[in-house]
Design a binder for this molecule. Structure first.
Ligand SMILES: [Zn+2]
Ligand SMILES: [Zn+2]
Length: 186
């Protein structure tokens, strides 16, 4: 039981780390190298092959920016965990390898055919593709929990944007009706 709880605990911490790195990757500030690496992910054309390119098997993702993006967001924290707690770190590293090489491209993350309830819990298909259309929402990997907890899920972000627009329109309407009629604006 302790084993499962610890594994789940480490998994949650790891997903929180990747969520945080992804939010930072979409934050604008000087010398944001995480952003520089990650923008390559958004420029990538995933094609339609379900099979990974040969270099993925060696955990090299075609060029250094895409590779660094994966290493910083996912791999480095797991290597550190493996040094301190090898069994749990090893299990998560194996999971990370299989997911990244075989599932993260077209099979799950960027598969437009995955819609419906599953995407409310696992950030694949529709959920992750929504992040590609609007980089202000849906930052989570593996589990959508952090987007719901920090209110960055698409429904919440779009609702906020809509409310802001409504407020702006209302403010504009009142300022126009408050303006006294003069020769200039009559
Ligand atoms: Zn992104
Ligand atoms: Zn993506």
């Amino acid at each position: 039981m302790i084993f499962v709880l610890k594994l789940v605990g480490y998994f949650l911490l790891w997903t929180l780390w990747s969520y945080t790195m992804h939010v930072i990757a979409h934050t604008n500030f000087k010398y944001n190298f995480i952003r520089y690496f990650h923008l390559k992910h958004h420029a990538y054309n995933y094609g339609d092959s379900n099979l990974p390119p040969w270099h993925d098997y060696f955990f090299w993702f075609g060029e250094w920016r895409s590779s660094m993006d994966v290493y910083i967001t996912f791999t480095i924290p797991l290597i550190i965990l493996t040094i301190f707690d090898p069994v749990y770190g090893g299990i998560l590293l194996a999971f990370h390898y299989v997911y990244e090489v075989f599932l993260s491209r077209n099979v799950l993350d960027h598969n437009p055919n995955i819609t419906g309830n599953i995407t409310r819990f696992i950030p694949i298909g529709k959920f992750h593709l929504c992040h590609h259309r609007n980089v202000k929402c849906n930052f989570s990997f593996y589990i959508t929990l952090w987007d719901y907890l920090f209110r960055t899920n698409d429904a919440r972000v779009l609702k906020k944007r809509y409310e802001r627009q409504q407020q702006r329109q209302k403010a504009l309407a009142t300022s126009v009706s408050d303006t006294p009629l003069t020769d200039e604006n009559a």
